[in-house]
Design a protein around this ligand. Structure first.
Ligand SMILES: *[C@@H]1O[C@H](CO)[C@@H](O)[C@H](O)[C@H]1NC(C)=O
Ligand SMILES: *[C@@H]1O[C@H](CO)[C@@H](O)[C@H](O)[C@H]1NC(C)=O
Ligand SMILES: *[C@@H]1O[C@H](CO)[C@@H](O)[C@H](O)[C@H]1NC(C)=O
Ligand SMILES: *[C@@H]1O[C@H](CO)[C@@H](O)[C@H](O)[C@H]1NC(C)=O
Ligand SMILES: *[C@@H]1O[C@H](CO)[C@@H](O)[C@H](O)[C@H]1NC(C)=O
Ligand SMILES: *[C@@H]1O[C@H](CO)[C@@H](O)[C@H](O)[C@H]1NC(C)=O
Ligand SMILES: *[C@@H]1O[C@H](CO)[C@@H](O)[C@H](O)[C@H]1NC(C)=O
Ligand SMILES: *[C@@H]1O[C@H](CO)[C@@H](O)[C@H](O)[C@H]1NC(C)=O
Ligand SMILES: *[C@@H]1O[C@H](CO)[C@@H](O)[C@H](O)[C@H]1NC(C)=O
Ligand SMILES: *[C@@H]1O[C@H](CO)[C@@H](O)[C@H](O)[C@H]1NC(C)=O
Ligand SMILES: *[C@@H]1O[C@H](CO)[C@@H](O)[C@H](O)[C@H]1NC(C)=O
Ligand SMILES: *[C@@H]1O[C@H](CO)[C@@H](O)[C@H](O)[C@H]1NC(C)=O
Ligand SMILES: [Ca+2]
Length: 584
């Protein structure tokens, strides 16, 4: 009976009720019938039919979420809701999951959560990040078969035939639909009537790309978006995963992991103090790049104990065993490191793409083959190779097999091919964000300075593209100042790819980003610096502030200053003179 009344009031008279304080409990409303009555009615969304009979509801109490870098630990009650919808004329099934806070804790917020790697969601891992802040959180399975079905395995219908629907769902449509359905459902479930629902986005890596896919297309969809280390410029980014391997192949040297890690460790030690604070963290990768000569590591001894288990920090290496290693750092290993850090140039010596910062952990690109007793690259079996196999060659395979003829020029061709083929769906670099900005949306974009999967400079390039496209007539400083009213970029010292970094354990991570964003959107508190927390090591629990781009941190006798340093800024910018088109 209660749900019938609710259905009538919500569906028929939306807008005519003044918000009434309800004293509903989780058990009152976390029921199949109440959820069914709260679904957006048929006809709300063109081309979408929700199936009320698919609704599955579980009230969950005292759920504990701990150990995430994206939100603090917490315990809460929530309503776990899943249901499906279909696209008119397709007969497909897309499943959605929403976690709704208990009514007493709901604070008129909705949070969209994206995926990672080849997935359009991160399972239940990041859903708590919204509920903790009084927000409904939602994920989608994209229509790929289940919440744990990655997009890559269903991306081709068969060899030669792209599943276009799945491609566009992964590219941007899936997250968009989950969001607009979830926003309506939230309003109806909580009897919000005309009250403002604040909408947020939060995800990292592929999820960062998905965030940009929404910001670039759907102005007004989010009040605040938190995008971490985004895999944007997808055609370039995916192929770039193969770059280190092609460097090794071209230079004819496959460095043992220990040798490369020693180079990384020595770089960290040498560059740590350049930021004015010796704490094991390289907070100024620019000064490291400008001042540290990797050649100085040649001849230093290294040794590592044997290890087993999952190997390869960046590419899926499988469960290999790594033997004990020792030796002295060779000229060839340093040549590989220098070339990897320099980034891709074509055979004419012109620049094609950007690369990692010097102290990022670039030691995971080779693995030991116990059959041959040799070190080899993992690049021809990793994510970059899968991209070429499935999305460029349209073959159901996760490797390219024989790559004898793959050169720097091949990588360039693949980058251009991927960009052109998927420009409107995966490339995700549209630089004019006027609709999002005009609707009042805020953006908090962050990227680990020691990212070893998606180069940090990739984010700097996109920020600078948006700046120059949107503010062509303003000076550099004036455009930065205008942009910072609604879009801020933070480079996180020492952080790895969407994660803390075991080689720089004292580095902070911005774990409270959603709290910061809520404060910005709902209370007008501008994050001039970004709140971050040290999550491991000797300073665990310490709060640190992070400078906003283009300012750079420097500790002057123990006090951090955010400084403007033109040479440092310039070191993050690249001119892709091998490519005639503008690359945003
Ligand atoms: C939840 O935890 C609180 C505090 O630990 C406890 O008092 C309460 O009984 C628990 N509720 C349930 C349903 O387990
Ligand atoms: C959060 O939980 C993790 C366990 O997953 C624990 O290691 C960490 O110390 C906790 N953090 C705080 C601030 O209590
Ligand atoms: C949420 O509900 C779905 C669908 O019933 C179920 O598969 C999942 O295990 C539930 N998750 C949690 C954390 O309760
Ligand atoms: C797809 O192509 C690959 C490579 O040519 C081949 O190994 C595989 O058998 C093909 N799969 C099907 C289903 O034809
Ligand atoms: C919404 O309103 C209906 C009808 O008054 C009520 O039964 C229900 O508990 C309310 N829902 C919430 C979440 O307060
Ligand atoms: C690099 O430093 C880490 C500690 O930060 C250490 O565990 C590791 O053994 C070092 N690697 C080498 C090759 O010395
Ligand atoms: C490092 O050594 C290589 C090979 O000897 C040389 O070509 C290169 O210029 C050196 N780099 C620097 C920055 O000294
Ligand atoms: C270095 O490795 C070799 C085998 O490659 C081994 O014989 C030697 O004992 C090792 N030396 C040290 C100091 O670990
Ligand atoms: C590599 O290139 C050579 C010369 O063009 C060609 O004969 C050979 O078949 C190619 N190999 C592969 C694996 O494509
Ligand atoms: C931009 O502002 C910084 C201070 O934030 C200042 O040092 C720099 O000189 C300014 N640049 C120009 C071109 O005015
Ligand atoms: C900043 O982080 C600290 C933990 O390091 C946390 O206690 C505080 O609430 C955060 N501030 C904001 C505005 O999120
Ligand atoms: C640096 O800080 C210490 C203590 O914080 C103070 O005693 C010293 O005078 C400062 N030095 C300078 C040059 O400011
Ligand atoms: Ca430091």
């Amino acid at each position: 009976m209660r749900s019938m009344i609710h259905a009538i009031s919500a569906a028929a008279f939306v807008g005519e009720f003044v918000a009434v304080v309800q004293a509903a409990t989780l058990t009152d409303v976390c029921t199949t019938s109440y959820v069914q009555a709260s679904l957006p009615p048929d006809g709300t969304f063109n081309g979408i039919s929700i199936d009320p009979s698919s609704v599955v509801v579980h009230p969950v109490t005292n759920y504990s979420a701990t150990g995430s870098v994206f939100y603090p630990n917490g315990t809460f009650d929530y309503c776990n809701v899943t249901f499906t919808y279909t696209h008119s004329g397709l007969g497909d099934t897309v499943e959605l999951a929403y976690w709704l806070p208990t009514p007493a804790n709901f604070l008129n917020r909705f949070l969209t959560i994206g995926g990672a790697a080849e997935a359009i969601n991160t399972g239940t891992q990041n859903l708590p990040g919204g509920v903790l802040y009084g927000s409904v959180s939602g994920i989608t399975d994209g229509g790929f078969g289940s919440f744990s079905t990655d997009y890559d395995v269903i991306s081709l219908i068969t060899n030669g035939t792209i599943d276009r629907q799945a491609l566009y769902m992964f590219g941007y449509q899936g997250i968009h639909e989950m969001t607009i359905i979830g926003q309506e459902f939230t309003k109806l479930f909580f009897n919000m009537s005309d009250a403002k629902l604040y909408s947020y986005y939060q995800a990292c890596s592929e999820g960062g790309r998905e965030g940009w896919s929404q910001i670039q297309r759907f102005g007004g969809q989010f009040d605040g978006s938190i995008v971490g280390a985004p895999a944007l410029r997808y055609g370039f980014q995916q192929v770039n995963h193969m770059y280190s391997g092609v460097v090794e192949k071209t230079l004819g040297y496959y460095p043992p992991s220990c040798e490369m890690e020693k180079i990384v460790n020595l770089t960290i030690s040498a560059c740590d103090p350049l930021d004015g604070k010796t704490d094991g963290v390289v907070a100024r990768m620019d000064l490291c790049k400008l001042n540290f000569n990797l050649n100085s590591t040649i001849g230093t001894a290294y040794s590592c104990a044997s290890s087993s288990g999952s190997f390869g920090k960046r590419q899926a290496g499988g469960g290999t065993t790594t033997p004990a290693q020792n030796g002295t750092i060779s000229t060839q290993a340093v040549a590989v490191a220098n070339k990897v850090i320099d980034g891709l140039l074509d055979s004419a010596g012109l620049r094609v793409y950007l690369s990692f910062q010097p102290a990022a952990d670039i030691s995971g690109d080779t693995s030991y083959d116990s059959d041959t007793g040799l070190w080899e690259t993992t690049a021809n079996t990793g994510g970059g190779a899968e991209w070429v196999a499935r999305w460029l060659n349209l073959v159901e395979s996760s490797t390219i097999g024989n790559w004898d003829n793959v050169t720097y020029d091949t990588l360039k061709e693949w980058m251009l091919q991927g960009w052109q083929t998927y420009e409107d769906v995966l490339q995700t670099t549209w630089p004019d964000l006027t609709p999002y900005y005009s609707a009042g949306g805020k953006i908090l974009h962050f990227h680990g300075e020691s990212d070893n999967s998606i180069p940090t400079a990739s984010s700097v390039r996109y920020f600078e593209s948006v700046r120059s496209i949107m503010y062509p007539r303003l000076s550099y400083n004036d455009s930065i100042s205008e942009m910072n009213d609604w879009y801020r970029l933070f480079l996180i010292p020492g952080a790895a790819h969407c994660a803390t970094n075991d080689l720089q354990p004292n580095a902070p991570f911005p774990q409270t980003n959603l709290a910061v964003m809520i404060d910005w959107v709902e209370n007008g508190v501008e994050p001039t610096t970004l709140n971050a927390t040290v999550l491991q090591g000797e300073y665990e629990g310490e709060t640190q502030d992070i400078c906003g781009w283009p300012l750079r941190p420097y500790w002057n006798n123990g006090t951090m200053e955010c400084q403007y340093d033109q040479a440092s800024i310039n070191s993050w910018l690249y001119n892709f003179d091998a490519i005639k088109m503008p690359v945003y």
